[in-house]
Design a protein around this ligand. Structure first.
Ligand SMILES: Cc1ncc(COP(=O)(O)O)c(C=O)c1O
Length: 390
């Protein structure tokens, strides 16, 4: 199935996932009941007190006060840059799109991890850009394969999501991070580091971003992308890019040509949020809640399928990756699972080449704890029935 066919099926799945009666482990949505509605309403009200907020913005990189707040937040992640090195975007989706468009064109190659974020595969495919999968294990991309693929394909960039990655919650080792930077630097290939989940860590240890590790070479190799979608609210559509001045200037120009600038009210609302509320405190609450939802999912998995399937132990993020029996195709299982009121993402979506047809991505943040238990029970029942029939 091509990424576009996958994409159409994906849209249908996401539509179903939002239906009330379905227990959804599909989408990468934050918990509905943790969205900060009151605080965001106040932030918008505050933003609208300034008449000028409804005017076009002349600040080409995005609202300055927001960029200053982002630069302060990045310091906690050991990323030391000024607000001038930041471009505010309409979610990280626009950030990824802009970086793709300034670096690659139809016929070019981009390297991606196996597996990787399905929307990137779909977007590259639609632009006629060839995505080539790099072999990976639980520590990250295999350096030998990165080297080989760079030599063979001369890619325009490498797309990675190395911290609590989508779809499998993987955290790359520091060694692999350094090796990727070294290889790309030597070959003059850019790295797009997508980091929407880095704040959602269940353990307190610092995981250096590729961007931080690229500091010595003035961030010439890595472009960093992140978002407020997973830690504040996705509907606000505020993301950002940190990049060196040369790259950033091209991105600013392209964004201007494309949409002039991202929504000013949304940017101002997020800026007020960061100035008036404690995002670290909110993040701690999110992490606590998500960790307990994950525990609920794992406990029920142990009871129902403990001896039959394997899964990773996520240390953050929003996804658990499960490997089912080689006799069962996760797409086939999905049909029965949907008929029984439970949805998830089959592994097929996350590969540009040979898919892992026995992989399943389970989101553990959107569904309530009670429904997680019921959903896993139903999924296990469908699974066991299918297994008994093969
Ligand atoms: C890996 C990854 N990158 C980017 C995004 C897009 O996020 P945003 O809402 O900031 O556009 C997502 C959303 O789920 C994601 O999983």
């Amino acid at each position: 199935m091509s990424p576009v066919d996958n994409g159409n099926l994906l849209q249908k799945l996401l539509k179903k996932a939002s239906s009330e009666s379905l227990i959804s482990f599909t989408a990468g949505f934050p918990a509905n009941d943790m969205l900060p509605v009151e605080e965001i309403r106040k932030c918008y009200e505050k933003a609208l007190k300034d008449h000028q907020i409804l005017q076009y913005s002349t600040d080409s990189k995005g609202n300055r006060s927001l960029r200053e707040e982002i630069s302060k937040r990045l310091k906690h992640k050991h990323i030391i840059i000024t607000s001038d090195n930041i471009l505010v975007t309409t979610g990280s989706s626009q950030a990824i799109d802009l970086i793709t468009r300034i670096t690659a064109a139809k016929g070019d190659v981009v390297l991606v991890e196996r597996p990787t974020y399905q929307e990137v595969l779909k977007s590259l495919h639609q632009q006629g850009i060839q995505a080539v999968g790099v072999q990976s294990d639980w520590e990250g991309m295999l350096p030998e394969d990165v080297e080989e693929k760079i030599r063979t394909f001369r890619p325009k960039f490498v797309y990675v999501n190395p911290t609590f990655g989508n779809p499998n919650g993987k955290v790359w080792s520091i060694e692999r991070r350094k090796q990727l930077i070294q290889l790309c630097k030597a070959a003059g290939v850019l790295i797009l580091e997508d980091d929407p989940y880095g704040d959602l860590r269940f353990q307190s240890m610092h995981i250096p971003s590729l961007y931080e590790l690229d500091e010595a070479s003035d961030h010439a190799t890595v472009v960093y992308v992140s978002t407020f979608s997973k830690i504040i609210a996705p509907a606000v559509r505020v993301g950002y890019i940190a990049a060196n001045p040369t790259i950033l200037q091209s991105l600013v120009q392209l964004q201007h040509l494309s949409v002039i600038h991202s929504g000013t009210i949304d940017q101002q609302a997020i800026s007020h949020y960061l100035q008036n509320y404690d995002l670290d405190k909110r993040n701690a609450l999110l992490v606590k809640e998500y960790q307990s939802r994950l525990n609920e999912m794992e406990d029920e998995l142990v009871v129902q399928l403990g001896n039959e399937v394997k899964w990773n132990k996520p240390t953050g993020g929003i996804y658990l990756w499960m490997e089912i029996s080689p006799d069962i195709d996760s797409m086939q299982l999905l049909e029965d699972s949907l008929a029984n009121g439970v949805s998830y993402f089959p592994g097929h979506f996350f590969y540009v080449d040979e898919p892992d047809v026995n992989g399943i991505r389970l989101n553990f943040t959107f569904t309530s704890k009670e429904k997680i238990r019921t959903g896993i029970r139903k999924l296990a029942q469908v699974y066991q029935e299918m297994k008994a029939s093969v």
